[in-house]
Design a protein around this ligand. Sequence first.
Ligand SMILES: NC(=O)CC(=O)C(=O)O
Length: 327
Amino acid sequence: MFRRAISSLASISPFFSAASTKSIMTSPLKRPVKLALIQLATGSDKDVNLKRASEKVAEAAKNGANIVVLPECFNSPYGTEHFPNYAEPIPTPTRTFPTSETPSYTTLSTLASTHKIYLIGGSIPELDPETSELYNTSLTFSPTGTLLATHRKIHLFDIDIPGKIKFIESDVLSPGSTPTLIGTEYGSIGLGVCYDIRFPELAMIAARKGAFLMLYPGAFNMTTGPLHWELLARARAADNQVYVGVCSPARRKEEDGEGYTAWGHSMVVDPNAEVVVATEEKEGIVEWELKPEMISDVRKGIPITGQRRFDVYADVAVAEPTRGVEG
Ligand SMILES: NC(=O)CC(=O)C(=O)O
């Protein structure tokens, strides 16, 4: 069966020969790495949010984290009415701004280089100054403070569950259109923002390209959180036999007044789809060491990663399966 799957892969991609058998089973994670998810208490003051994020990132780094993740909209309240007021432009090599206009970008870059960590900066409302479009954007920085990836939320959160929750991100935001795979010294990481987790294709694409981890800064709510947050994190892990981290803001307190109430429950799920560490609704840091052999052992035990029948579902599968990153 396994041989047949390999030969059917070979018929689709000349890349994929029997010689790839070994690399399918080789862990895409090159060496152990410590992941920290910061379940941050956010409020309406951007400066306070950035200061709080800085303190928590420093704490996670002091505890030995190599990869640190912040939640969706960590610098602002989560709400369409707030996005225009909190939005910042993102500097590029050809387009710079005074640092006073890019406080979130500048803080994230400085934190990454100061603590020598990969920092997945949750997400922030982004303003594209050329088009005036707004995006829900996640910025990832390398341990030298260089911007490695810019992921604009691809699937906007437009839902209406009568009597429960109505949220229409597309009232003010535009969607991104590029899946993101971040190259690090540990291997590759796939990234999505919140609602992106409901679309299994992004994780599938990243895993087929050799990701060891999917990260989703997100802010599910009191209706969809209990229903689907853990289920979706575990599903993406089970589908792809990769680690998954989901990182939420802390739940708002009643005295904070009206607003979007995040579910919390940031967690790390292992490649066997088990929740290995999680928190509840309060602010906190969720930490876990990811191990290469955990991925290879799971893939050996239940070898779906090598048994895929691309000959049967080539129309919905990634046309060109990749071999993954050599361990
Ligand atoms: N906030 C989101 O983007 C998604 C969400 O809350 C859900 O899918 O549920």
